[in-house]
Design a protein around this ligand. Structure first.
Ligand SMILES: [Ca+2]
Length: 362
């Protein structure tokens, strides 16, 4: 009898141990996967991301990011003379004449021209001190503008700036970091792009890719990355849902593909281009922002903004300089000209077919 009672006691004790272990495991899994975002820090730090108009009817990227005392410039397109336009904008924000971070995504002229400037227009590197310069590990180019970019960049390094390739950053090599803390709770994280260390016939695939993590919010920048680069970006990085996605390659038909959009499911997308410019093609639907980009992005958001638009043989502001601002977790988007989403603009109504998703969007 006593033996039987002892057995029952042991069995009950084992049940309790099993239940305790089960609870510990379940709590661990719950914390790790955090299905209700209870343990993910909220976006509380302030940041503003500015997509600049560059003063011509050509495509080109220049994005200025203000995060506390950090001034970050991502690319300096589209022409050498755009340096004046960029500096004119930055004077309201960069108070110490220093760019703490400069990122040059790839060697195409519409991303690096204003860094170098010209004989008549001082370049960005001439005008500002720089702390950290991050750029593309590979290029197939050997243009004059690229040589000028290298020369001005290296002169900055002579003056004390630190220069790292995106691959050095990703590998945490030679003093570079994969994750840079740019404010309490905000990190600039360099992502792994397969083409940092592999050949591509398409220069765009060499683009430096990075994400800004602000608690539970994420903002993604992929330069001009093309479809094979986007596919490998998804394979090699654990990308989260993103509040903001800078449209890949100025809204081209070959970038911002579903393979990427399906993972990041952006809530806002900004296109740096001159809508309807025939710079690269006379086929209207393939002019930036292309019908293909619009059809794909429309499945995720109607919050799409564009800097510039053609106006006869010239250009004018569409939204103008587009500012994506986060204040205590609240997002606002403001265009210096207007804040009309692409789908409601006159240019869109006259030049694009409205996707079904945008017909039913408020
Ligand atoms: Ca500064």
């Amino acid at each position: 009898m006593a033996k039987r009672r002892e057995k029952v006691k042991i069995r009950i004790r084992n049940y309790w141990i099993f239940a305790l272990v089960l609870v510990i495991v379940l709590v661990g899994v719950f914390i790790c996967y955090d299905p209700f975002n209870w343990f993910t820090p909220k976006a509380t730090a302030d940041i503003s991301i500015h997509f600049l108009e560059l003063g011509n009817k050509n495509a080109g990227d220049c994005i200025y990011i203000k995060c506390r005392e950090n001034d970050i410039l991502v690319d300096a397109g589209s022409k050498r003379t755009s340096a004046s336009t960029i500096a004119n904008y930055l004077k309201n924000y960069v108070t110490d004449n220093k760019l703490e971070y400069v990122i040059a995504t790839h060697a195409d002229q519409d991303h690096i021209s204003a860094f170098a400037g010209s004989s008549s227009v001082q370049g960005i590197f001439d005008r500002y001190d720089t702390d950290i310069i991050i750029d593309f590990p590979k290029t197939n180019k050997n243009t004059q503008i690229l040589q000028d970019y290298y020369a001005k960049r290296d002169a900055e390094v002579q003056k004390g700036a630190k220069h790292y390739s995106a691959l050095e950053c990703y590998n945490n090599e030679n003093g570079a970091q994969r994750v840079w803390s740019i404010s309490d709770g905000i990190q600039l994280e360099i992502l792994y792009n397969y083409y940092y260390e592999n050949y591509s016939a398409d220069e765009n695939n060499y683009s430096v890719c990075f994400i800004i993590n602000n608690g539970d919010q994420h903002y993604l920048f992929t330069g001009d990355l093309e479809e094979s680069g986007e596919t490998k970006l998804v394979e090699n990085n654990n990308l989260p849902r993103c509040e903001l996605f800078k449209a890949g390659h100025h809204g081209s038909k070959t970038s911002s593909n579903t393979v990427l959009l399906d993972v990041i499911r952006p809530k806002y997308s900004v296109v740096c281009c001159c809508a309807g410019s025939d710079e690269y093609t006379s086929t209207p639907s393939n002019q930036f922002p292309t019908q293909a980009y619009i059809d794909r992005i429309s499945k995720y958001t109607s919050n799409v903004y564009v800097t510039t638009v053609v106006d006869g043989n010239s250009y004018t502001s569409m939204n103008g300089n587009v500012v994506f601002k986060v204040d205590k977790g609240n997002i606002t988007v403001t265009g210096s000209n207007n804040t009309t989403p692409l789908k409601d603009t006159q240019w869109f109504k006259e030049n694009r077919t409205c996707p079904q998703e945008w017909k039913s969007a408020a």
